[in-house]
Design a protein around this ligand. Structure first.
Ligand code: SF4
Length: 371
């Protein structure tokens, strides 16, 4: 077990929540009035009393987001390079033991996908793969990243956990971000959901964002797959993970994603479903405890939910996503990872955000800021 795992396991998340469950509305308002909130405060924002004050919490979150980020929402698109995978994650449509159409894109196909997205305006792309050490190795990723960077200014990856050397190599190839969800921070549940393959290694996965930061990555994205475990426990551990990263690697920007489980070829029914209201509270509560974190929302959510969350704390959003390799050029040729709920075009999403008084951006403003 590494330092981070020990730190997370030493946090009495259950006790914090039990105590917070006795909080009343004035206690919630006291947390809202505070600056510099801690995990105890977060637990109070997740309590039943806080549920009754959701509108006030959302308003505080919106205000803090506007202060730190202005009205800007960064739009990005995922590019699925491969749906081949050696793991069995019980919830995923790409798990190795189900018979679905598989594909790994060659460079010409990757180029076609990226040119399609660039024509729609995207300048930030997230390259996504399953885990397949033979077909999707470091060399493949290196070539894909170099190609992507020749076409757009900002490229991040969501691939298997790498060692520090692997991350260094891909940073040299041109990535500026690494996204990697722990799926669940509950070690026992994690073992139940990840039955075969290298992804069974909980600690190796948990340490990956730290290794990316150590290699010098500019942005790391973390998250829990919502529906796998109690959302309140996950929220506390997710916040603790983000705070740990910010403390150890203060040069690295940390963002948090909110993937709720969607229909997939795995036909997995989430044992801990998260309601819309709970998701809204999670976004707002995390904003209030992590004022500078990027908060990221995918097209797993429907238009109404995305519009609502964009107004209370989200700072980055995907749009027009396809979740199968080659899906922009040849939709439905391979299996999707999950069904997309927001099927609006990127232009429609941008228009709607503008109508809500937000400022969707496509270009690499970070590059300008960081020089
Ligand atoms: S979640 Fe990732 S690692 Fe697990 S089966 Fe799906 S693609 Fe493979």
């Amino acid at each position: 077990m590494n330092d981070l795992a020990r730190t997370l396991e030493s946090i009495p998340a259950g006790d914090l929540l039990d105590r917070a469950d006795r909080a009343d509305e004035p206690a919630v308002r006291a947390v809202l009035a505070k600056e510099g909130r801690d995990l105890k405060d977060l637990a109070i924002l997740l309590s039943p009393a806080a549920d009754r004050l959701l509108e006030e919490i959302a308003a505080a979150s919106a205000q803090l987001t506007a202060q730190r980020f202005g009205r800007t929402i960064l739009l990005y698109a995922p590019v699925y390079l491969s749906n081949e995978c050696v793991n069995v994650c019980t919830y995923c449509g790409f798990r190795r033991d189900i018979d679905v159409r598989r594909a790994t894109l060659g460079l010409a196909e990757i180029e076609a996908e990226i040119r399609f997205l660039a024509r729609q305006g995207f300048r930030h792309l997230l390259l996504v793969t399953g885990e397949h050490p033979k077909n999707v190795d470091l060399e493949y990723l290196d070539a894909a990243v170099r190609l992507a960077r020749s076409l757009v200014p900002s490229v991040a990856i969501e691939v298997e956990p790498l060692d520090v050397g692997g991350y260094r190599r891909l940073i040299e190839a041109g990535i500026d971000g690494v996204t990697l969800y722990q799926e669940t921070y509950d070690r026992e549940l994690y073992a139940r959901y990840h039955t075969h393959g290298p992804k069974k290694r909980f600690d190796w996965r948990l340490g990956a964002p730290s290794r990316a930061a150590e290699a010098g990555i500019r942005r790391v994205g973390i998250g829990a797959l919502l529906g796998l475990a109690d959302w309140r426990m996950e929220t506390i551990r997710l916040a603790a993970h983000a705070r740990w990263l910010l403390k150890q690697y203060w040069r690295t920007h940390v963002s948090i994603s909110f993937p709720r489980i969607r229909e997939a070829a795995s036909h997995f029914a989430p044992p801990f479903p998260v309601s819309d209201r709970e998701l809204a509270r999670m976004v707002a509560a995390l904003r209030l405890i992590l004022p500078d974190a990027g908060l990221v929302l995918s097209t797993r959510e429907g238009p109404g939910m995305r519009d609502g969350l964009a107004r209370i704390g989200i700072t980055q959003m995907s749009a027009g996503s396809r979740t199968e390799p080659g899906g922009y050029g040849r939709p439905d040729d391979a299996e999707k990872q999950f069904m997309v709920e927001d099927t609006r075009s990127p232009a429609e999403v941008a228009e709607r955000l503008a109508a809500l008084g937000l400022d969707p951006v496509w270009k690499d403003w970070e590059e300008a800021l960081h020089g």
